[in-house]
Each structure stands twice: as C-alpha cells, then as structure tokens.
Design a protein around this ligand. Structure first.
Ligand code: ZN
Length: 481
C-alpha cells in the first residue's frame, strides 16, 4: 500500500469506527475522577484503569499504571516497532476538576449529554477527549496498515488538575522510558471553533490561601459592633489592593520581569482578528461591564501579562448569615505568570504584599501552594511546520499560532528533562468549552477533526523526517526563556 493510500485507509477506518470511540469517551467520562483533596481517590484509580483498557484495545503495548507514592496513577503505553523512525510522545490527562455547583449544570455533570453538536460533561474536553484522540488515531493505523509510520509512547497523567505536584519525582523515576524526539500535548485550546491552533506560550500560576482572623468566635453585631474591627472587611481591603484601576496586579515590582511580546508575535496576534464584540460573546460578559483592553490588546492581556484573581471567598455562608461580626474570613488568590517571571519570586512578593497590607492589627495567615513557571517556545523547529500541515489537513483549514492564558506545569519540566525537545501544544477546547466551570462541553466536529489531524501527523512527520537528514539536528534550541 502506498503512503497516501495507507493514510486514506486509516482515515476511512476512523470514520467507520468513530461511534465506538465516542462510546469509549462517554464511558471514561462517566467516571468522576476528581483529583482534588476531599474527593474519592478510588474514582481516579478507576479512571486510570479504564484509560488503560482503552489504550490496550487501541493496540498500544506495555500498557501499565505508573505510580509515585502519594499521588494518583499515570497510565503509560507504547508502540515501538519502527526502528529508525522518530518517536512521538503523546500526552493527555485523565483526572478532572470538581464539578462545582450541581444546580448550574443543565444536565448531570458526569452523564455526557449531547446538545447542538456538543457533548456536555465534566472533563469531557479537559482532557478525556485528549486520551481518545491518542487512542483513536493509533487504533485507526494499526487496524488498517497493521503498523504506524512512527514510534509512539503515550503518557496519561492523573494529577494535572492539582498542579502536577509529583511530576519531578515521576520524571526522575521514568525519564529514560519517556525519551522521545517530540511531544504532542493534547490539553490546549483552539482559537475558535473549527480553527486548528498550536500554542506557543503558556502562563504560569501561583496560588495562596489567605485567612484573616480577629476574634476567637463570632459576636452579635448589635451588642458588640462598633469598636471591633471586622475581619471580613479587613480581608476585603487587602483584596481591593491587589489590582489597580485598570485591573493590573498592583503588587509593587511584580511586572518588572515581564518579557514583552516581540513585534512578530504582536503581528501574529493582530492577524487573529479578535474584536471586543467577539470577545464579549465568547466570554459571556454582561452588557455594560468594562473591558481592560481592546481588540488584539485583549489577547496580549490574556497571554502575555500577569493577571490576578480572587478564586473563592468565604466568611460565614449565605444560608447561615446572621447579624454577627464573623471571627475570620478566608480567600484563595491566584496570580497567572507570563514568560520570564519566576514562580518562587512571585510567590514571595505576593505573600509579603498581603501580609504587609492587613489593616487594624488583624491576624493574617498566608499559605502558598506549589507554583508553576510560565513557558514559551520559538516555533522554528521543522516539526512545527509539519504539525501545521497535518492540522490543516485534518480540519480543512489553516492552523494558527496562539498563546494561552492557562497553565500546564507539566510542559516546562517535561520538555527540559527530555532535553528541550520540541513541544506541540494542541487541543480540543474552544472558547465555548467552559473548562473548569459548569456545563463543560466538547465540540464533536472538532474532536473528529483532531483525530484526523493526528492520523495525518504520524505519516507527515515520518515523511518529513525521512526526507531531511538535518530534521532533528541543530535546531533544538527551544525551551523556556
Ligand atoms: Zn487539562
């Protein structure tokens, strides 16, 4: 069979079996594998076992659960029967975010439900679709040609949503087995529905718990109110100081390390044609609410500037609200970092700022979580051109280069440990996916296009690599700045 015929056969096979692959996706998504503390870890274990079964059925070999003490299992598999051909490492994660507010879901969070060409469920796009893209693309080749054009390894993580805390230990233990020429991370977003995209920058993230305490128990606000500072307003004053009038983080010096986008990057962002109206529609912003930037400036603010959010806040509760002065108030604060910022330095600065701005002698305790650095790559390795070509073929539309405001802690550590191999960040989310929020959904047309792209990619990469003796040499100067 010629190369072109083999690709056609694999694509046709996927087309005839896509219903079965979707059934696997639905089966996997029904498992509520939330990796956060306070959720049943047995469900993440079940999700790992289900993932293992899907990879085995697809034809991956040596499929196993990989474990590091103290965290949820990773799932590994490989197919390495093409000596001399490049080795591609495929990444996705099987753990999911908590479902948040049950009453806001239009259909049950863990019962995938189709509406208007999208499947709604927690984790279906982030990132269980990634698992199935890897399984379906490999299965479609092995069930037709009986072989793959390249070698593949697959790693499906179980703790991505809690910041990949044990990744360092994991890589230390398994880095030899994970060695590859390039990595495809299927956990990102397309610029818009139907627009295939390669992500070249990621923001980093630091988060901290802030607790303000003033009393050893709540007090009657009538009998005691007046002379006593209110811890809830104390916390509110701290939080109000975190940003300036234009929404930028107001911690002194926090912007000093920010690396501005190059002229070429600004031009890439401008060409994407973002408008205020489109942005408002995608994000679901109420009329009258101000935006802190305009047009392509919106993208620069999201991708190339740090941003601060109060993720959650608590003092008493709506159902038990009484006429009291609360004893304490709590908030979780998150700061997204951009290229050239360092998570340890930013954590120190934000923590000190909060501690120094607590009013009235109230007690403030700040507990930072594990931080993650930002990441960027220069897409000048020839593997990027191959990926753009394959995405174009799979989606029937030219691929674009974009940034991403989100964080994948895995990418920075992983590409560095594996010798700064080129990282292709693709994915199946779009602006309407609502990942991490309620009513998360997967666009089915894009899911099928993503599988088709990856079927092409295996063949396109093998061909480009075979045609150019210098393909893997000399240009591996990627990695973080
Ligand atoms: Zn994800």
């Amino acid at each position: 069979m010629s190369d072109a015929k083999a690709v056609e056969a694999a694509l046709a096979r996927y087309d005839s079996e896509k219903g079965k692959h979707l059934e696997d996706l639905i089966r996997l998504t029904r498992i509520p594998g939330v990796s956060f503390d306070g959720f049943d870890p047995a469900e993440v274990e079940r999700s790992a076992v289900c993932t293992k079964g899907i990879l085995e059925a697809a034809g991956f070999e040596n499929v196993e659960l990989m474990r590091i003490p103290g965290t949820h299992p990773y799932v590994y598999g490989d197919w390495l029967k093409r000596p001399g051909a490049p080795t591609v490492l495929l990444y996705a994660h099987h753990d999911v975010q908590p479902p948040m507010r049950e009453e806001v879901w239009k259909s049950p969070a863990f019962e995938p439900t189709e509406r208007d060409g999208r499947l709604f469920a927690r984790g279906i796009a982030d990132d269980k679709a990634g698992v199935l893209i890897h399984a379906a693309s490999v299965a479609s080749w092995l069930r037709t040609a009986g072989t793959l054009p390249v070698n593949v390894k697959v790693i499906i993580e179980g703790e991505e949503e809690i910041g990949s805390t044990h990744l360092g230990a994991f890589l230390e233990k398994y880095k030899e087995r994970l060695r590859a020429d390039t990595v495809v991370l299927t956990d990102c977003s397309n610029f818009d529905t139907g627009v295939p995209s390669l992500t070249t920058t990621l923001r980093g993230l630091i988060s901290m718990d802030v607790t303000v305490t003033g009393l050893d128990h709540p007090l009657h606000s009538g009998m005691w109110g007046g002379p006593i500072p209110d811890p809830v307003q104390g916390l509110a004053k701290i939080l109000a100081k975190l940003s300036d009038d234009n929404g930028r983080p107001a911690v002194p010096g926090i912007l000093d390390d920010v690396k501005a986008p190059s002229a070429a990057e600004m031009e890439d962002y401008r060409k994407l044609g973002m408008t205020d109206a489109e942005f408002r529609k995608q994000a679901g912003i109420e009329p009258g609410v101000k935006l802190f930037a305009k047009d392509e400036g919106l993208l620069t603010r999201m991708w190339r500037e740090p941003s601060i959010s109060v993720n959650s806040i608590q003092a008493g509760g709506k159902k038990i609200a009484g006429n009291v002065i609360m004893d304490a108030a709590w908030a979780r604060v998150g700061l997204r970092l951009v290229p050239n910022m360092d998570h340890a330095k930013a954590t120190r600065m934000l923590k000190e700022f909060i501690e120094n701005n607590c009013p009235w002698g109230l007690k403030v305790e700040v507990v930072p979580e594990q931080g993650a650095n930002p990441w960027m790559t220069r897409p000048d390795h020839p593997v990027f051109a191959v990926a753009k070509q394959s995405l174009g073929r799979g989606y029937g539309r030219d691929a674009v280069l974009i940034g991403c405001g989100g964080t994948i802690p895995f990418v920075d550590s992983f590409t560095r440990v594996l010798g700064n191999i080129p990282a292709l960040l693709v994915g199946i989310e779009d602006p309407y996916t609502n990942a991490h929020s309620e009513n998360e959904s997967l666009g089915l047309a894009d899911f099928h296009a993503a599988v088709r792209s990856q079927i092409h990619f295996f063949a396109d990469l093998a061909a480009a690599s075979a045609a150019d003796a210098g393909f893997w040499g000399g240009k591996k100067d990627l990695g973080r700045t």
